[in-house]
Ligand binder design. Sequence first.
Ligand code: NDP
Length: 500
Amino acid sequence: MSQPAMKMATLDPKVASFLEGAPKRLLINGQWVDAASGQTFETINPATGEVLAHVAEASAADVDRAVEAARAAFERGWGQSKPTHRTRLLLAIADLIDAHRDELAQLESLDNGKPIFESRNIDVPGAAECFRYYAGWPTKIYGETNPSDPVYFSYTLREPVGVCGQIIPWNFPLLMAAWKLGPALACGNAVILKPAEQTPLTALRLGELLLEAGVPEGVVNILPGFGPTAGAAIAAHPGIDKVAFTGSTEVGKDILRASAGNLKRVSLELGGKSPNIVFTDADHDAAVQGALGGIFFNQGQVCCAGSRLFVEERMYDEFTDKVTTFAQQVKLGPPLDPETRMGPLVSQEQFDRVKSYLRAGKDEGAKVGTGGEAATEGALARGYYVKPTVFTGVRNTMRIAQEEIFGPVVAAIPFTDENDAVLQGNATIYGLAAGIWTRDVSKAHKVARALKAGTVWINCYNQMDPTAPFGGYKQSGFGRELGKHSLELYTQVKQVWLRV
Ligand code: NDP
């Protein structure tokens, strides 16, 4: 592991001015307002533990205000707005995100800890592309004419759901906001968005850009706050028609329970423990890079991280040695250093959680190939840094192979053959994603079909695109985001009969 470089990107003056001064406020009905309680909370820089900004803390009373504003906006005309109007707005949002790329990337890296290399090249452009993709949809959401008895004219309309609550996590704050807002707005819904308490800043800056783009008042309301208060109020609110959630499986279950009050529609994108399976006949160099990218991208704080690395037994030692060697070269450092490839974890809580799994792995008898501890060299001691960690000699039943760690920790597990890879790969409560590395095309397709996962990558990993649906099997959730599948989440079908 290399020492932290001292080279830093210069802080964008717009970032500095955004962070300065009075607490950031809630966006309700097109206005920036204080929380009804007057309370605020701190958002912390995970690279230093210092306070970045104070943010208004939404509670149930603010959710009530936002729901009222969203309902009024929806009924006032947004729900019936011209499709081309929504297209223009979504394109304007995408353009504004592009125009503020450096600023948004810095804000994201400061608040979340992810390397600027990633926020600038993946998160921010990805968010713009998501809005741009959904800009194409409003004019292409069709109903159907049904082949009924000719005395009737029978057709369907595909209408927006209404007011949608969207609760997002801290691992891809801006990108998750785009995944949620893009399709919801394309379909004509009004939204209450709750960013995670750890990372509210880019959602708030996005709120400013939405107003600049001309999003009508009340159509998007942004309420930073805490899960058990603001989040729970959204999940239970009788005035909210649909809730979309990305986060832990445990909270996903709470949300499903809370939604029962008014039978909200629910879509859940939850945790994972994804198998990344390497066969001996794979391109080994590509597979090593795929194994590293699969787990160390975003510090491993990725729902579809390839956290279980299955390696065919007969090359297990040789392959895991290579992964270990390369893992030692991953450049850990401050998020704003353009050379950094892994930054700190998002919070003290996540730092403690990951360290507890490092202990659990050792206690269970797994061998530390590399890492296995926090990084404390120089300036890194101030932040929540964990060394890229490879555990070898792991059994699929160990806690580090079954529980979502959400950190830069990979469990390398041997398998004997195709069947064993599938059996072990599927032996988890999760089913979000999987990777397969082989040159044998038939084997690749056979294994892809047999794996119970919402996404399977063959000879690649972590590929994402706004056109490609993403979501889980089993306890990784239900509903598919992205692509045309998101339209199912944000529309409902009305059947109309006319006696001719
Ligand atoms: P959570 O599931 O608690 O957080 C995700 C979002 O849900 C946040 O906005 C959070 O609010 C909100 N939330 C929390 N409790 C409730 C509730 N009762 N009702 C409604 N909303 C709620 O994840 P954590 O931040 O606690 O992370 C814990 C673990 O969850 C991670 O280690 C990881 O394993 C997993 N996780 C998975 C993610 C994924 O992409 N699938 C993303 C994030 C975490 P707030 O944080 O503001 O209080």
